[in-house]
Design a binder for this molecule. Structure first.
Ligand code: HEM
Length: 310
């Protein structure tokens, strides 16, 4: 249509955007685009065009990840105890477990194991907002920059996010400066010297640490909740999984990360949970910073690229 372009092709209210965009694959092939009020959206929908080269970089090889095995095991066991004692608050226990693990990895911060932890609580609030802001189209302002109202909302969220990034950061800085600190992603950066306040290094250190929380806490919570949903919906699968654990580990030992290789059915369930309901079915949108080509397809600068992982 004139001026508004493909506005009618945006996902209608109440329809999941990944289900909506999949129809474009049947209609137009693995890569297609629409333009709304001059903003181009490119929808990428197969394994070739949905590349994800950046993911592995954030934490590196498995040997790097292995240093966190024992803390994950401790937190998994605390989680099981909380579920056993208070099963009705399952969702909260999942959040606490994920928060506890990420806060230790990023900041060396140990949460209150059996009480409400103030940092986990405020972080989860800030995350709730981030999820809404990361969905293009939630914000008509992506398309119409003068849209009213969003600025006030965004200002409030910005405050939450600033406090989420600042409080634990200041805590680790102070600890490293005093010479008494727990190992963490941030402490590791500070080993070569604590950067001056307000410097670029200071900002990068603060926000990369915060991005571990924002990237790692909510995603894993969603997948673990999804696991419990799957076990409730498919009790036959749950029975087979339990049978594998009992057969391989016996009746009294809890699984460790090192047991993954001898628990193939459990491993398959984990993968299936991630595949069945991917946490971010449209991943994270990216904007092209220059004119580009994918095969013979031209992708103009400023396009919003939306990979349909689902
Ligand atoms: C079920 C679990 C997870 C899923 C589905 C997931 C998904 C994603 C996706 C789709 C992106 C965007 C990649 C891109 O297109 O640029 C991303 C980026 C990222 N994730 Fe995750 N993630 C998960 C767990 C985690 C965890 C546990 C952490 C941290 C400990 C983490 C940290 C990050 C970071 C730091 C980025 C930004 C990387 C970059 O920009 O280079 N994620 N994740």
């Amino acid at each position: 249509m004139p001026i508004v372009g493909n506005i009618m092709d945006l996902p209608p209210k109440g329809v999941q955007d990944w289900v909506h965009w999949l129809k474009h694959k049947t209609l137009y092939g693995p890569i297609s685009s629409i333009t709304v009020l001059g903003q181009t959206f490119v929808i990428a929908q197969d394994g070739v065009c949905v590349r994800n080269g950046r993911m592995g970089r954030s934490f590196g090889p498995e040997s790097t990840v292995a240093q966190f095995d024992s803390l994950q095991e401790v937190e998994a066991h605390r989680f099981l105890l909380r579920v056993l004692q208070d099963p009705l608050r399952l969702a909260q226990h999942i959040q606490t477990e994920a928060g506890a693990i990420i806060l230790q990895i990023a900041y060396g911060y140990k949460i209150e194991p059996f009480k409400r932890d103030p940092l986990v609580h405020s972080a989860n609030e800030a995350l709730e907002h981030g999820v809404q802001a990361a969905t293009p189209g939630t914000w008509l302002v992506d398309i119409i920059p003068i849209c009213a109202g969003f600025k006030r909302t965004a200002e409030g969220w910005k405050k939450d996010l600033l406090s989420l990034s600042e409080r634990p950061y200041a805590f680790v800085r102070a600890q490293v400066e005093s010479g008494q600190y727990r190992p963490s992603y941030l402490a590791d950066i500070f080993r070569t010297g604590v950067p001056a306040r307000g410097s670029e290094e200071d900002e990068v250190a603060k926000w990369t640490a915060a991005s571990l929380y924002t990237g790692g806490a909510d995603t894993t919570v969603s997948s673990i909740e999804c696991f419990f949903l799957a076990m409730a919906l498919f009790p036959g699968v749950q029975q087979k999984a339990q049978e594998e654990i009992d057969r391989v580990l016996g009746p009294s030992r809890l699984p460790k990360i090192a047991d993954r290789a001898i628990l193939p059915y459990i491993g398959a369930i984990v993968k299936e949970v991630l595949r069945w309901h991917p946490v971010a079915p449209m991943a994270i949108p990216h904007m092209s910073t220059a004119d580009d080509f994918w095969g013979q397809y031209f992708i103009p600068k400023g396009s919003l690229i939306m990979p349909n992982i689902w």
